[in-house]
Design a protein around this ligand. Structure first.
Ligand code: PLP
Length: 452
């Protein structure tokens, strides 16, 4: 009990915490001190001896730092997964960041036509870029691709039938299930074919017997069916849709604007291909292979894009000015033919093995000099972002022998900046392909090394 009484009062501690009060404000600091004292009291009751005043103040400072840290925090991605959904998907290009910063703190012409001095549309500039880059007649952008498909289905097929192959009723992850989104839009799902095989005649049968407002094609994104499988090519779906005078809604998921096959990967369906094939409404993400900010991009035929722009959901799902700025800057990279040099996702995809080898060798040497047991081994990076399942890029990993890999990984995650890495064969492995700042990573590792 005497230990309990030896704890200082809230007021006493507060009077010693002038620096904290200055940085965090009186009310929050008081709250932190209360919570630290509460914890100390229960610790004492379970037999721990009372902390002294300076220890209590240190704990309060830690608590205040924890409470006021802004999220999301920047982390170092040493996993080699380029589009890591849990780590915020695509890192932005320098120009995209600059464009965001330029409009963030002040005013902008977001919805103002400077030429005419009157109200404008936030979509105009980006629509122009998207038309040029994809070859489509019309375009609009909403908050994300889940929203884009929901909007397309709601505007074009609510209360009516929508045909989709059973092989495409997929779950992408993060709660996005194609059948659920379709249902949410008020469209009636008309499933055709089987899990592994769907034929043209399956679609034809549905189109002649049912009231159908659209054909949906959903890219399987994060899985592959192999073996005895058939899907109807997009061109034939477009022919069938044109015959019935209805649209094909093509949910591409990642929606590549460049050919992944030129970097030794499988060919990911490209937006330009869907446009050229005649798909009427094409939806894809801004922050997957496009390498831009979170966005749901819709391109296609004017006649079908127009009703989407006018639908109330378009307003509810509209994107904010910072993302418009970043998306414009990202699209400009494609327009100028500099996407593979300027957009981080593409820079990482095309990074030559010899360059990674060089970086990894130097990095391992530096870690050895800092007392680590580090070596360079072969490994695989992945593209991620629900694209190119099973496809990998050969890479060189820096492997660390540490006493307790799980514990080491946990301490890396708790560091500042946090580092996310992986374990392979009982070693901590670091894939420099996705590391944007090697010297910060080196410092984070050597700090931990010293504490071992
Ligand atoms: C990723 C994906 C989505 C969801 O896109 P978000 O931009 O994350 O909302 C929808 N459909 C497919 C096929 C996808 O791969």
């Amino acid at each position: 009990m005497s230990d309990l009484r030896s704890l200082p009062s809230v007021d006493k501690l507060l009077s010693q915490a002038t620096v904290l009060v200055e940085s965090y404000g009186r009310s929050l600091t008081t709250e932190a001190i209360r919570s630290i004292l509460d914890e100390a009291r229960s610790a004492i009751r379970s037999g721990v001896s009372a902390p002294d005043q300076s220890e209590l103040l240190t704990r309060a400072a830690d608590r205040l730092r924890q409470w006021t840290v802004t999220r999301p925090r920047a982390v170092i991605n040493a996993t080699g997964v380029i589009i890591h959904t849990n780590l915020g998907r695509a890192p932005l290009s320098a120009a995209a960041v600059e464009a965001m910063t330029a409009v963030a703190a002040g005013y902008s012409d977001l919805e103002y036509n400077l030429e005419r001095g009157e109200r404008g549309s936030r979509l105009d500039a980006v629509e122009d870029l998207l038309k040029r880059v994809t070859g489509a007649e019309a375009a609009l952008v909403v908050n994300n691709n889940a929203g884009a498909t929901l909007l397309a289905l709601s505007a074009l097929a609510s209360g009516k039938g929508v045909v989709i192959s059973r092989g495409q009723l997929v779950e992408i992850g993060g709660g996005f299930r194609v059948p659920d989104v379709m249902e949410q839009s008020g469209a009636k799902l008309i499933e055709v074919g089987t899990t592994n095989r769907t034929h043209r005649r399956d679609y034809e049968m549905a189109l002649v017997t049912k009231d159908v407002a659209a054909i949906v094609r959903a890219h399987s994104s994060n899985f592959r069916t192999i073996g005895f499988t058939t899907e109807v090519p997009l061109l034939e779906l477009v022919e069938l849709a044109n015959w019935k005078n209805i649209p094909v809604i093509d949910d591409l998921g990642s929606g590549a604007l460049l050919d992944t096959a030129q970097y030794g990967l499988a060919h990911e369906p490209m937006v330009q291909e869907s446009v050229a094939t005649g798909a009427h409404v094409i939806c894809f993400s801004g922050d997957k292979l496009l390498g831009g900010p979170q966005a749901g991009i819709i391109v296609g035929k004017e006649a079908y894009i127009q009703p989407l722009k006018q639908h109330p959901l378009a307003r509810a799902l509209r994107m904010d000015k910072l993302d418009f700025a970043a998306l414009s800057a990202t699209l400009v990279h494609y327009l100028k033919g500099e996407a593979t040099q300027k957009i981080p996702v593409w820079r990482m995809i095309r990074l030559p093995l010899s360059e990674i080898q060089e970086q990894a060798t130097e990095f391992a040497q530096q870690l050895c000099a800092a007392g680590f047991e580090a070596s360079v081994i072969d490994g695989q990076s992945t593209v991620g972002g629900g694209s190119l399942p099973g496809e990998t890029l050969p890479t060189k990993l820096v492997a660390l022998n540490v006493a307790n890999p799980d514990d080491f990984l946990a301490r890396l995650r708790r560091g500042d900046p946090p580092v996310v890495a992986r374990i392979e064969n009982d070693r901590v492995v670091i894939d420099l392909r996705t590391v944007m700042d090697r010297s910060t990573l080196r410092n984070a590792l050597t700090r931990l090394g010293r504490k071992r």
